[in-house]
Design a protein around this ligand. Sequence first.
Ligand code: URA
Length: 433
Amino acid sequence: MQMTDIILKKRDGFELSKEEIAFFIKNYVNNIIPDYQASALAMAIYFQGMNKKEISFLTDSMLHSGEIIDLSSINGVKIDKHSTGGVGDKTSLVLGPLVASCGAKVAKMSGRGLGHTGGTLDKLESIKGVSVNVSKENFIKQVNDIGIAIIGQTGDLVPADKKLYALRDVTATVDSIPLIASSIMSKKLASGADTILLDVKFGSGAFMKDIKSAEELASTMVEIGKHLNRDTKAVLTDMDQPLGMAIGNSLEVIEACETLKGRGPKDLVELCLNLGAIILKQAHIEEDIEKGKVLLQSKIDNLEAFKKLEELIKYQGGDISYLEDYSKFEKSKYQKEIYSSKEGYVEKISALEIGECAMHLGAGRATKDDVIDMASGIVLNKKVGDFVKKGELLLTCYTNKENVEEIYKDLENSYIIVQNKVPNHKIIHEIIG
Ligand code: URA
């Protein structure tokens, strides 16, 4: 088999066989196929696409390029949830403890933030002492002991994705549905959970800018999961404006704590109750979605979900006093309030712009090696649909950086205020699977 023939075949729009896809992945991981041939194939896939069969074969080959975690020694249905990434997305910090307090087994490997999107591991590390580097044995023990662990990737999971994703990043081939779907699903499948719930975001702050492409990505991933015998569902959710009010690491942890104490922002609460009810159904804890939501709400009301977050943080070495006394979190040197120069209804808040501004204030990474400032970020005071008076507070910025006047201007401009009433954004649009 020759790599040039495989590139040619895909370039001309033909279907690749299971053997050809396996040949490419195996020899690319072993450094036999060079980057220039792999990038030519990635670009051919970008333009010609792949059918469902090819995407399943690609995912399967990637999945088997490294270690596959065996979670069978954890009792019960092991659940995992994945978000395709967004701005202010602290869902895992709320949802994980929430469903674990109902008896679900949450075995979750999370990622770090990059660009305008945040990552759960960074957020967790804003709490003093928290370790996300947990061995496979301790990961399993923790889930058996307290029902939840949120850690960084252990072992040699999907080396094919590590290589291919880095290559796609520099060859303009990231935003290809077959390549995104196989990348995400190979890692989810290798992490060993029995059920997967995908939170596929769409809108300005998401990978998928419109609902149609988000639908295509979601149904592609659900089919891959089903094809590989894993109970997989996807929910399409809005990321046209940031989720909740807080953007930035410690600010988001505080918002997650508040949500678990019953004082969360409406969109975040709604999202967590809906995703949570689907997870409880997947885990066979509560088959009825509406009853599931009631059960979840009761765990917020009686603080059992918050206590589960405390257990999680304590187990992973963190100082739980931070969860009650927010003044313990590192503070930024500067705080700047941005006020509205207009009166009217908020029509739009660009999640992309807010995410990029938060990154420039220090909350995110422009490149993988940048160091995050845990204290910096943005807290919104108004969301889409809200009425704003002239001179009223739109948002507050926290940073340790000087000379960021341009960012403050961009933030004010990220709000579009109009005269006519605007409906609130719907957070959940569709459930697939
Ligand atoms: N996230 C991933 O893990 N892979 C992609 O290709 C895109 C987003």
